[in-house]
Design a binder for this molecule. Structure first.
Ligand code: SF4
Length: 318
């Protein structure tokens, strides 16, 4: 898929004298079409450039990664690839606070963690009970003081793929839904590029209340709220979780490593509490859509990360 406005640019340039610039532009457009790079993944800075076209470095890196992988994954290929998935590097250090019984202090007042696979209807009911019975009433951390409402999560109650961000922003706080602002619109386009819809996946955040001024949730806030997230995931039981940004990646992987070191590779889910049925879940850390809005040059790398997830799940673009 070419960049937005690319065809218009081509028609404008076509009226000029043919030459090396026109030839280079045609070659660039042919490459973009061949790779199927979606609109959202093309850096707006590079697509708005009026200089001679050249492939932006992140997209070029995405191409290189794409060319290293087979185009589609059958069941055997998925099984083979999953057996070679990388584990969390042993040098990473846990980020969660030390607590009796492990790295994490669970809340004994919450309902037990789901220990069995549920039907979609049962999962929907369990999620609703966790949301209405506990999260909406929660005042366990300071974030409850300024919220309009809690933002629990939305989507398929038994999904293959879950997206986890860090916390609600202004629009999410107003609407009570995750990822509905500008970053959410970009996430919707990213999901569509993966040949999926928001209704087919599940979307939630680590913390369920909006941090003031949209700041990053603090470590103690994420630790306090995490029992809800882990109970959600125990009900959802996805195959892959895409961790959007540093706070979500660090929470799900129990590490304090930088997102730049974590992203772009499948890592093992490291729940700090026993979660039956989630031992094989893979985490794909990638950039948060809000970061991509501020740094469009990183979209190519995010798209390469999502393409890995697509190959793992056997998804293909038309
Ligand atoms: Fe409770 Fe989580 Fe909201 Fe804090 S952020 S008040 S722990 S629901």
């Amino acid at each position: 898929m070419p960049a937005a406005g690319a065809d218009r640019k081509l028609s404008i340039v076509s009226q000029a004298e043919p030459g090396p610039i026109l030839a280079a532009l045609r070659e660039w457009l042919r490459n973009e079409r061949r790779l199927g790079v979606p609109h959202w993944a093309v850096s707006s800075r590079s697509s708005q450039s009026s200089s001679a076209p050249s492939s932006p470095a992140p997209v070029a890196r995405a191409r290189a990664r794409a060319s290293e992988q087979p185009p589609a994954a059958g069941a055997a290929q998925v099984a083979e690839r999953s057996s070679t998935l990388q584990a969390v590097p042993p040098t990473l250090t846990p980020v969660m606070s030390a607590a009796p019984g492990g790295l994490f202090a669970d809340d004994p007042n919450l309902p037990p963690v789901c220990q069995q696979e549920l039907s979609p209807a049962e999962a929907e009911a369990a999620l609703t009970e966790l949301d209405t019975g506990f999260v909406r009433k929660c005042t366990k951390c300071r974030l409850h003081e300024h919220r309009t409402q809690t933002v629990f999560g939305v989507g398929n109650p038994r999904p293959t793929l879950v997206f986890v961000g860090e916390g609600p922003g202004y629009e999410e706080d107003v609407q009570g839904l995750p990822f509905v602002g500008r970053a959410g619109q970009l996430l919707t386009r990213m999901i569509a590029a993966m040949t999926l819809t928001r209704e087919q996946v599940y979307i939630c955040n680590v913390v369920k209340c909006r941090p003031p001024e949209n700041r990053t949730p603090l470590r103690d806030e994420m630790e306090t709220c995490s029992p809800y997230l882990f109970r959600q995931l125990a009900i959802l039981r996805p195959k892959v979780i895409v961790a959007l940004g540093r706070p979500a990646s660090q929470t799900l992987l129990a590490t304090d490593a930088a997102i730049s070191k974590l992203r772009g590779q499948f890592l093992d889910f490291r729940p700090p509490m026993p979660l039956a049925g989630l031992s094989g879940v893979k985490i794909m850390p990638t950039f948060h859509p809000a970061y991509l809005l501020r740094n469009p040059a990183a979209k190519g790398e995010a798209w390469a990360d999502l393409q890995q997830v697509m190959r793992f799940l056997g998804l293909t673009r038309n």
